[in-house]
Ligand binder design. Structure first.
Ligand SMILES: Cc1cc2nc3c(=O)[nH]c(=O)nc-3n(C[C@H](O)[C@H](O)[C@H](O)COP(=O)(O)O)c2cc1C
Length: 484
């Protein structure tokens, strides 16, 4: 952490030259490497194909899953969803990591507008994929080297299936800090082992539907505090699905066995919070500070229990070993949770309405994500690893991305928020077209503030479509009320 005051962090847009950027990073004491010269066309490391078994993936850009809180109440895509997926395809990125989180059943929805996998939505999800592919082809691309997956999830502790303002948690264990933070009473029931067995069957059915709808892989989501991720920290849970590492990963192993049985040929991937920290709260100066906890903290997967603000990758490596043993080659590295420590998950200069001022320069968060990913990549050359945390790099994104791919520190550069404002960035970089800097995401967090206040997500500040969307005025009013 730094001693800087909130709001005092230097804006990336002001770092005009490579020397200034390098000097700023050195001043912060963080390691982010970058190439000064960008290569274009066939010489660009970002344009090099990746061979995943028999599948060729045409370049090194990946679109990260980005939901819009804009599906219909019965779990179908809306026009807004379709527009977003068309942009994902038009981006030119060749690995579409999941599109967005799709709940495997109603009680697992993170909001009443989250997409749901069911027999009645399967056709619409298939058409959504076709729209994405059409967006890709419209740009003169081929779809032969495009890999499109679907992210499957249950939102667990953060489920809000029926009302945007009402959590209806499905928990695996009582958490000493998160229960209090999110109002889970001490006698609230935990999912039983039998209920988990049933949920595994729901995931398997969703995977079968995804294969039928033409998706090449499903992502068995294990990140961001949702149910898959909660299994990994269920150290205090008795029974088959908790306790030791084998118990905490039984869910994944059973998912894989079920999907291999019922949807043979479907590729599998896992998006993982490779590390987590203590939950954060707003301090007196509005800056984030960690919740206090006495004793060993065993609830943050990938953190040191003796000091859960330090990354400890021992169990993360065990998890990646397990992926290898299960024959899974696709992994996407993320961290933490948007609900209790967003600054480690999506570094931003401006917090969303339920957030806090950044407790560290967001570049520190970017460096942490990039560094952990590089460490893991070094030990797992056989995994195709997608990195996260690049949007905050803004003007320097292509330079950093090229360096990390060229030096083998990551296989694919994952793009999240940036894609909402500037979907064609991958094409621009690969064709050596100058960056359209007006479209670069400046991390205002409106894409999160919207949904936190019952609105759809989108880039309200920079995407003209959302700037003139009827909900833009509502968002403005919300921000005024909270003084942001
Ligand atoms: C509006 C919004 C929606 C998101 N939806 C998902 C999602 O459905 N699944 C997921 O795994 N991550 C989701 N994320 C996290 C992003 O995939 C990504 O990890 C995060 O934005 C950090 O990457 P970035 O710095 O490129 O934005 C979402 C993030 C935002 C801001």
């Amino acid at each position: 952490m730094t001693d800087q005051q909130p709001g005092a962090y230097r804006r990336v847009a002001s770092l005009k030259t490579a020397d200034e950027f390098a000097g700023h990073l050195a001043g912060l004491g963080v390691e982010i490497n970058f190439d000064r010269k960008l290569e274009a066309g066939p010489r660009s490391p970002l344009g090099e194909a990746y061979q995943l078994g028999e599948q060729r993936i045409g370049n090194r850009f990946s679109i990260l899953p980005m939901e819009g809180w804009d599906g219909t109440e019965d779990g179908m895509p809306s026009e807004l969803t379709v527009r977003r997926w068309r942009h994902f395809g038009a981006s030119g990125a060749k690995l579409i990591w999941g599109g967005e989180a799709v709940a495997v059943r109603h009680d697992g929805r993170a909001n009443p507008n989250q997409l749901v996998s069911s027999d009645s939505t399967a056709g619409a999800l298939g058409r959504l994929r076709e729209t994405l592919v059409a967006g890709h082809l419209e740009q003169g691309e081929t779809a032969d080297d495009l890999l499109v997956g679907l992210q499957l999830t249950h939102s667990g502790r953060f489920a809000r299936p029926n009302r945007k303002d009402r959590l209806e948690p499905r928990i695996l264990y009582h958490h000493p800090l998160l229960d209090r933070k999110f109002g889970v009473p001490p006698d609230y029931p935990c999912l039983t082992d039998g209920e988990i067995d049933g949920l595994i069957e729901d995931f398997v059915r969703a995977a079968v539907r995804a294969r039928g709808a033409g998706f090449a892989f499903v992502d068995l989501k294990h990140c961001h505090g949702y149910l898959g991720h909660e299994f990994l920290s269920a150290t205090t849970r008795p029974g088959r699905y908790g306790g030791d590492f084998a118990g905490r990963t039984r869910f994944l192993r059973e998912l894989v066995a079920g999907i291999r049985r019922d949807a043979p040929g479907l590729l599998l991937g896992v998006r993982l919070s490779a590390f987590d920290f203590l939950p954060f709260k707003m301090g007196a100066d509005r800056r984030g500070e960690p919740e206090s906890f006495a004793g060993r903290y065993t609830y943050a997967f990938g953190a040191d229990p003796e000091g859960a603000l330090r990354v400890d990758l021992r169990e993360t490596r065990e998890f990646l070993d397990l992926l290898g043993a299960l024959g899974i080659r696709l992994a996407c590295v993320s961290a933490g949770s948007p609900y209790y420590n967003p600054h480690i998950q999506r570094p931003a200069l401006f917090p969303p309405s339920d957030g806090y001022e950044p407790p560290e320069d967001p570049l520190v968060g970017v460096a942490r994500l990039l560094g952990v990913t590089a460490e893991l990549k070094a030990d797992y050359p056989q995994l195709a690893i997608v990195g996260t945390g690049y949007s905050y790099l803004q003007e320097w994104l292509p330079h950093v991305a090229q360096h990390y791919v060229r030096t083998g520190k990551v296989d694919f550069v994952g793009l999240g928020r940036l894609v909402l404002s500037y979907p064609e960035l991958p094409r621009d970089v690969l064709r050596a077209t100058p960056l359209q800097t007006k479209k670069l995401c400046r991390t205002f967090s409106d894409c999160t503030t919207g949904p936190r206040n019952g609105l759809v997500s989108g880039c309200f500040p920079l995407d003209p479509f959302y700037r003139s969307h009827p909900q833009a005025a509502q968002l403005k009013a919300v921000k005024k009320e909270i003084g942001r």
